[in-house]
Every structure is written in C-alpha cells, then in structure tokens.
Design a binder for this molecule. Structure first.
Ligand code: CTP
Ligand code: MG
Length: 403
C-alpha cells in the first residue's frame, strides 16, 4: 500500500482484554491470568475465545510489565496486536489500552476481564448487535437473592432488589465515546467502564448476562470452573488416509515441477505428485482426521474434486477450514499424529519445517504435532515409488455444551 492509498476499511470492533491486575484474592504463586484452566491458561482461553469470534477484528491484551515472559508463553502461536502495559487500577489499565488502540480508529471496543474465560459467542454477538443502537452496552443479570445491608454483624436494612442487577463483561462501547469519557475520568476511582460513561452523562443499556460468564476471583472459583470444563468436554479421535500418485517429470507433457509439496513444504524430487489440488498428501490426511473426529464427512465433502475452483489449490486452505470447523464448535485440537509412507523423499530433514507450517495454520504448540515416516520395505505401490501415502490421527476435545 502506498502512502496515498486510503486505509481499506475502518476496523469495526476491537476487543480489549485487561489482565494487569495483582490477583491478590487468588493467593497463588502464579498470577491469575497464567493459571491453567483445562489445557490452556486462563488468558489463552479468553484470548482464543475472542479471536475466534467472527465479528471481532482484533484483540489487544493489557498486562503487567513483570508478566511479560508468562504472557509470551501463554499466547504462543496466536496472532494478536502487541500487548499494552497496564496501570495501578483497572480503570487506568483500560485507559492505557484505549490509548494504544486509538490510532486504529475502531468503531467499537469491547472491554473484557481476562478472568472471564467462558463468555459465549452468543453473548459477544448480542453486545455487538446492541451497539448498532446504543453507544454503551453491558451484560447484566437480575439479582435473585435477598440483599441486606449489614454492619458489624448486624442487619441494618433489607434492600428492595427489584431494580438490582449484577454486571459482567464484555462491556461494549462506541470507541470515541469511551475514549473521551476515560480521558475525562482520569484519576477518579470507578469500578467498571459503564460507570465511566455514566459519569460523563452517557446512556448505558443492558443485554441479558449469562451465568456461565462468571469471573474467576478466588481459588474456589477456579476449582468450580475446572470441574465444569471436565464435565462439559469430551475427547474425539478421527483418522485420515490419503494417497497421491508420483509421476516422473516428462518433457513431452511440459511438466516442469521439480518438487513435491508435503505439509506445505516444497521438497525437491525426481517425481511430482498428481492431484486435483496441490496433491499435498500430508495436509489431506490431517484434514480427513480432523473432519473424522468432528464427524463432518471428508475432504471431498467440503472441497469436491469436481469443483474447478479447487484445481491446483493450496491445501493449507483445506487445513485452515478444518481448524475453523473445530473452533466454531468451541473445540480444540489436542494432538495430531501423521505418518508418511514412502521410500523417497526422506522426511526427517523436513520434519521441523512441516511442524512449523501445521502449528501456524492450526494455532497449535509444536509439542502437539507428531510427524513420522516409514517405508514398506520396497513392497507395494509405495515401495515401487508409484505413490506416497499418509495416515493421520487427530485427537480433539469438544465442549458438550457450546462455550
Ligand atoms: N485489572 C487490570 N489492571 C488492574 C487491575 C485489574 O487490568 N490494575 C484486570 C484484572 O487483570 C482482571 C480484571 O481487571 O482481568 C478484573 O479484576 P479482578 O478480577 O479484580 O482481578 P485482579 O485485580 O487481578 O484480582 P484482585 O482484585 O484479587 O487482586
Ligand atoms: Mg482487582
């Protein structure tokens, strides 16, 4: 893009996730955002949840300076705007976060506590939808318990709860309104962002909150959520198998490919692989394994070979599609095990590069990807170098209830 080209489109909605608290009430050695919740840290779980929402255009996290290493480890493989260093209070952390995204000129901002890792996509969508008609939107839940004012162990008053609500995040705002209100409220002590708008005289509307969207504050909260996750997730296993034919380079047919592609890595070879797409037999076996675990047909169901648009297609696209299907169901890939069956080429020298490619597409850590190879002792079609086979097993975890 040249300097004179106008920006393509204004970013619509940015999620600002605040994680710069001191975690005092958690009373643990590891700060709250970096504690493990199931297979991920709380921070990674929350970040991924927002990254995977189709209406969120970017995610920015506000952290404590001294947590930088923990943060980097926690978000490995995810694509995020750089983190922002927060302040002494939540309000200050949000203001610093807003300052850091102001140059991107977003229409909306959703401010969210990192300590709420189970926000449903439906709730995020409701907040964003309500921003079409309101400048400030909060999820709120009616108080059902009786509320009393108590001092020194004595009841002073029973409060009419008719108009009482507890408030959650994500709270959604028109960016300009919240940014201006936060600048004006600098130095005041307000406990949520809606209060900042209220102080500026702005109007705040509510959508229905969700009891699953609770905040982790104490060790007890973490334990409760941990057991919910165990009850509500299940492990699925799928297998995939694929074969592509090897052809010798043929000057008569003007085939000039001097390489084959396996898991996105170009490998120089005396033969080339034949297929409708780019014939990446490794990616194809992985896609089928993931689709198998999901029970969503096979690669041909999603990308029919009869469809001309997939001719010569980069199979990384198919793998990304499989990833999106898992993510859309609130699931996660736990492990992939792929075996190539061929005499040539030798896979070892390319293994790490293949793992890097897969890890990047699937946003997985490298230790969740295994690549192996075997020959068939010169027996059969693979032994005669007539084709390459690949076989994969994918283990995924899926929520029993949608996250
Ligand atoms: N937060 C922040 N900056 C602060 C204080 C809080 O970004 N100076 C964030 C927290 O990281 C958290 C959210 O605001 O995600 C809600 O705060 P809370 O649950 O109270 O977390 P902590 O402040 O870390 O915990 P505690 O109050 O027990 O110290
Ligand atoms: Mg706090």
């Amino acid at each position: 893009m040249t300097e004179n080209t106008p920006p393509k489109t204004q970013e619509k909605t940015i999620a600002l996730l605040v994680a710069a608290g001191k975690s005092e009430r958690m009373q643990s050695d590891i700060p709250k955002p970096y504690l493990q919740l199931g297979e991920k840290t709380i921070l990674r779980q929350t970040v991924k949840n927002f990254l995977q929402h189709p209406e969120i255009d970017g995610v920015r996290v506000v952290i404590r300076r001294e947590h930088h290493v923990l943060y980097k480890q926690s978000i490995a493989g995810l694509t995020l705007f750089p983190c922002v260093i927060g302040g002494d209070t939540r309000q200050e952390s949000v203001r610093l976060g807003l300052e850091a995204i102001a140059h991107r000129n977003p229409v909306n901002v959703l401010v969210h506590d990192i300590a709420r890792p189970r926000t449903s996509h439906a709730l995020i969508s409701q907040v964003i939808a309500a921003l079409k008609t309101s400048k400030a939107v909060i999820p709120a839940m009616k108080v059902n318990d009786t509320i009393k004012r108590i001092a020194n162990g004595h009841v002073r008053e029973t409060i009419d709860r008719e108009q009482l609500y507890t408030v959650q995040t994500p709270q959604g705002f028109h960016f300009d309104s919240l940014y201006a209100a936060h600048q004006a409220a600098c130095g005041k002590a307000l406990t949520d962002d809606a209060a900042v708008i209220e102080m500026a005289g702005g109007h705040v509307t509510m959508v229905d909150g969700d009891s699953n969207n609770s905040k982790i504050t104490t060790a007890e909260d973490l334990k409760r959520m941990q057991s919910l996750l165990t009850v509500h997730s299940e492990t699925r296993v799928g297998m995939g198998y694929d074969v592509h034919t090897l052809h010798v380079h043929d000057s008569d047919t003007h085939v000039s490919k001097q390489y084959i592609k396996l898991c996105g890595v170009r490998i120089p070879h005396t033969h080339y692989l034949v297929g409708h797409s780019d014939a990446d037999v490794g990616f194809h076996a992985l896609v089928d394994a993931i689709l198998g675990a999901l029970g969503e047909g096979d690669i041909g169901t999603h990308f029919p070979p009869s469809d001309a648009q997939w001719r010569g297609a980069d199979s990384a696209r198919f793998l990304l599609h499989a990833y999106e299907l898992v993510a859309n169901r609130g699931g996660a890939i736990a492990h992939l095990d792929l075996t190539f069956i061929c005499e040539q080429p030798k896979i070892g020298p390319y293994r790490q590069e293949m793992i890097r490619h897969i890890a990047q597409i699937l946003k997985l850590s490298h230790d969740r990807i295994s690549i192996k190879a075997t020959t068939t002792e010169k027996l059969g079609f693979t032994g005669r170098n007539e084709g390459i086979a690949a076989q994969a097993v994918a283990t995924i975890s899926l929520p029993k209830v949608q996250l």
